[in-house]
Ligand binder design. Structure first.
Ligand code: C2E
Ligand code: MG
Length: 310
């Protein structure tokens, strides 16, 4: 009881002192689970419990698979399969994000190059970057080392940085992005439109692609404001000679509308959920016999390059 009273007291102090706070068993359980996840995360890479899924992106004009996105997952020994939202914020807070992010980059490059060496026609693959990774001045050198070690050409790697992370970056991070772009790596802004974009800042970054946030795609057919917003974002991107990809495309009607607006690419459950490495490889054209066709929209062809950017 004294222990729990202490916890309530510390929370009261943390929340501004001169106040009272009840102890809540539920909150304590969440804190314990967070601490457990934090300590399990340290061993997760060593235990081969972290792995990647890959989600295709489609060139809207041609219907071809044009690139992909690597998405991290964790097979947690007690909690089962965990998606990034359940553990990446903890990884960021505890510092595990740096080794995990490094592993994601290396594993993505290693896999792509291994597929290429099997004569598979590979497509560029995007890797998500957190703000913490971006602040690391050694990032360009580390990525250059990974490319040398794996043998992958830089043009097959794309880094996705969220708009909100990008807008809060210092000048040092701008130099990091410039150094990465100079290596030949593509840079994309993820969740574009959902953060506090400053067009003045946008000019400072060496960007190749704008990924429109799924919330606008989701509501664009019901909400006239979202439809106008998407239209404006597509034109903004294209006038700046950037590739524009709509994320979270789930229906044919959304795809038709995006096509009529001239959007370059799309990603979403309409085409495919994130796939295992084996299924993504099959999508690239080399089927192991047991592979099952993932759900693809009618008319989607795979294995050919993008009409722009790719
Ligand atoms: P994101 O970069 O926006 O990635 C796309 C997310 O949207 C994925 O969720 C994907 O499963 C989901 N998604 C794709 N199409 C659809 C759709 O049509 N409808 C809906 N409702 N969802 C769709 P996931 O895998 O849970 O990833 C969530 C976020 O976690 C990612 O969002 C990304 O910000 C972050 N993340 C994933 N992998 C990494 C990583 O290796 N490093 C870092 N730093 N962040 C990562
Ligand atoms: Mg992303």
């Amino acid at each position: 009881m004294i222990n729990n009273a202490d916890k309530a007291m510390y929370l009261a102090k943390k929340n501004g002192r001169n106040r009272y706070q009840f102890f809540k068993a539920k909150r304590d359980a969440a804190r314990i689970q967070r601490t457990d996840i934090e300590s399990q995360l340290h061993g997760a890479l060593k235990d081969d419990a972290i792995f990647l899924d890959f989600q295709p992106k489609i060139d809207i004009a041609t219907g071809y698979l044009c690139s992909g996105e690597a998405l991290v997952r964790w097979r947690n020994p007690t909690l089962g399969l965990m998606l990034p939202s359940a553990f990446m914020p903890i990884a960021e807070a505890s510092g595990s994000i740096v080794p995990i992010g490094h592993w994601v980059l290396r594993e993505t490059c290693r896999r792509l190059q291994a597929w290429r060496e099997k004569d598979v026609e590979i497509v560029p693959m995007a890797v998500n970057m957190s703000a913490i990774e971006l602040r690391d001045k050694t990032l360009p050198a580390r990525i250059a080392d990974i490319l040398t070690e794996t043998g992958l050409e830089a043009r097959f790697l794309e880094l996705e940085v969220t708009e909100s992370d990008l807008m809060h970056q210092s000048d040092a991070s701008v130099s990091t992005l410039v150094a990465l772009s100079d290596l030949g790596i593509h840079i994309a802004i993820d969740d574009f439109g959902a953060g506090s974009v400053s067009l003045k800042h946008l000019k400072r970054f060496p960007i190749d692609t704008l990924n429109i946030a799924p919330c606008f795609v989701h509501d664009m057919l019901e909400n006239a404001e979202d439809a106008s917003f998407i239209n404006a974002l597509i034109h903004l991107g294209q006038n700046l000679a950037l590739r524009v990809i709509a994320k979270g495309v789930e229906t044919q009607a959304q795809l038709d509308h995006l096509k009529s607006l001239g959007c370059d690419g799309a990603q979403g459950f309409l085409f495919s959920k994130p796939l295992s490495a084996t299924d993504f490889l099959a999508l690239l054209g080399h089927d192991p016999p047991s592979w099952q066709q993932p759900r693809m929209a009618p008319g989607i062809t795979v294995g050919s390059p993008c009409s722009r950017g790719g």
